[in-house]
Ligand binder design. Sequence first.
Ligand SMILES: Nc1ncnc2c1ncn2[C@@H]1O[C@H](COP(=O)(O)OP(=O)(O)OP(=O)(O)O)[C@@H](O)[C@H]1O
Ligand SMILES: [Mg+2]
Length: 237
Amino acid sequence: MTPAIIQLDHVTYAWPRQPRLLDIDAFALQPSERVFLRGPSGSGKTTLLGLLGGVYLPVSGQITLLGQNMASMSSTRRDRFRADHIGYIFQMFNLLPYLSLVDNVILPCRFSRLRRDRALTRHPSLQAAALDLLHSLGLRDPALLQRPVNTLSIGQQQRVAAARALIGSPELVIADEPTSALDADSREAFLRLLFSECAGSGSSLLFVSHDASLEPLFDRSLSLADLNRVPTITEAL
Ligand SMILES: Nc1ncnc2c1ncn2[C@@H]1O[C@H](COP(=O)(O)OP(=O)(O)OP(=O)(O)O)[C@@H](O)[C@H]1O
Ligand SMILES: [Mg+2]
């Protein structure tokens, strides 16, 4: 069997001076798999994604990305490894307002030579690679591409963030609730674009959302409550 893209064994995590938040016995994501992960607000979804990317280390247990144990790496090596192999679409997109739209997309290639080289095997320049992705994601208008990123609509920013996660074909794309601000039709259209781009580059996709209506579109769907042995305390809003 091909090794998992990411594998988690007996992992626990607590934020400093807080009770245990996560206790997960096992979770694995296979190559090219598209997995939907749901859970209520505050249940630890974003924290789990940070653990999967080695942004934080578990209190106990082991997380392996492409067969390598993240805790055994130096923090510099871990940062490099993450940049090489994971594309993130953040909950708040985190686009940089002082960079142009295309430079926002190219950013991961500044941190990862591997992704830069991969992008350049298929395109004459990083700009061309970024534009190709932006076009595939429906951002074609040259005037729009010149606009400061903080003047774009949420749906447009989301597609820039997706292009940034996809550039240089990382093995794993992690999307943290990127569709919550969109209407149902735009949400599904965005997902179809994301799926087709992930399939084109052979990336696995881990997609986190509260929105259960998106579940049927995925290969597999999981609830964090089923994975996590720490019960979720949901606060009434
Ligand atoms: N940097 C941090 N320091 C301390 N506690 C944190 C930190 N980030 C998150 N937490 C706490 O961990 C818990 C889980 O937060 P997390 O952001 O992982 O939830 P979530 O499932 O992603 O929620 P949402 O659906 O609202 O995005 C919350 O109680 C939160 O207050
Ligand atoms: Mg979150």
